[in-house]
Design a protein around this ligand. Structure first.
Ligand code: ZN
Length: 306
């Protein structure tokens, strides 16, 4: 039951709502003061709506002792770092007036708390987390032969089976997550096809905890619309390169909740799809993905500052 609740995710309808104003209710302020851990890291003052984008945090998922998902010949942590560094360079080289803050630039493992601290201390305006997807694979029962059982009249031939586990997937494509909650009746859709990936993500929050639910609700009220807009632009740019796009989805991800700014988590492709793994491990692949994310950010920034 609990796992059903903690691993929630849904596809988002197109968002047309405008961001709402009063984001700092007294209760929210109180919660920020009460809750220990990562919630304290949200600096209340920087929660105000801000449309200028001068600083962008780029978070390469996993790292160091945490390899993330594994492919045939790569680990997620190396692919995320490669894409993150290329993306950061494109932003620094081409987006005038925008600086980049990295949560890591080498093979180290910052905790979620440290990643949030880096983002919030840097007074950044956007948080971009780079991850690589994976599926749990599937099992198949195949007949490998027959054997004879029983004696005399009861003697008969029965099939022999064995279970083969296929780790590889033919699923390919990208998806972008934003932090959010949704109604429980949408949960079914939620889990479905991607249930196997959900538990894989570090720091999935428990919305059954009332304080967490309120924090997520307040965060989404402040940042959801802008985050979805950004996510949609990134997915559109990725799709324009010929990739399959699963669109923008929402999930209770702690990696996004701890940063007081709009944020997205981009799943750049499936590491256990050999074709996508080869693509994501190549220089051209990493450049193409980074450039699409860059284009999404550039367009979002132009629109925000208009
Ligand atoms: Zn990951």
């Amino acid at each position: 039951m609990r796992s059903e609740i903690t691993s929630f995710t849904t596809r988002l309808p197109p968002v047309t709502v405008l961001p709402s104003r009063n984001i700092l209710t007294p209760l929210f302020r109180k919660l920020l003061l009460w809750t220990g851990s990562w919630l304290l890291l949200l600096p209340v003052t920087s929660l105000a709506q801000k449309n200028r984008i001068n600083r962008i945090v780029i978070d390469a998922g996993h790292g160091g002792k945490d390899p993330g998902a594994r492919g045939l010949f790569t680990n997620e942590k190396d692919l995320t770092l490669g894409i993150a560094l290329r993306l950061g360079k494109m932003i620094e080289d081409s987006l005038k007036g925008v600086s980049v803050v990295y949560t890591r630039t080498t093979d180290v493992f910052p905790s979620l708390r440290e990643r949030h601290e880096i983002a919030n201390r840097g007074d950044a305006d956007l948080f971009i987390s780079i991850h690589i997807n994976s599926t749990a694979g599937r099992s198949e029962r195949v007949q490998t032969g027959t054997t004879t059982v029983g004696k005399g009249k009861r003697k008969r031939t029965v099939p022999v089976y064995k279970t083969i586990h296929h780790r590889e997937t033919s699923t390919s494509g990208t998806e972008t997550y934003v932090l959010g909650l949704h109604r429980t009746d949408q949960k079914a859709d939620a889990i479905g096809e991607y249930s196997d990936q959900v538990t894989d993500e570090p720091g999935v929050m428990n919305p059954a905890d009332p304080q967490t639910a309120i924090i997520i609700a307040q965060y989404t009220e402040a940042f959801l619309v802008r985050s979805v807009n950004l996510g949609a632009k990134i997915e559109t740019a990725l799709a324009a390169t010929g990739r399959r796009s699963f669109g923008v989805k929402q999930k209770g991800l702690e990696v996004l909740a701890g940063s007081a700014m709009p944020g997205v988590l981009v799943e750049c492709g499936f590491i256990n799809n050999p074709t996508e793994e080869t693509f994501m491990a190549s220089e051209e692949g990493q450049k193409e993905i980074a450039h699409a994310i860059y284009k999404g950010i550039r367009e979002f920034r132009a629109e925000s500052e208009r």
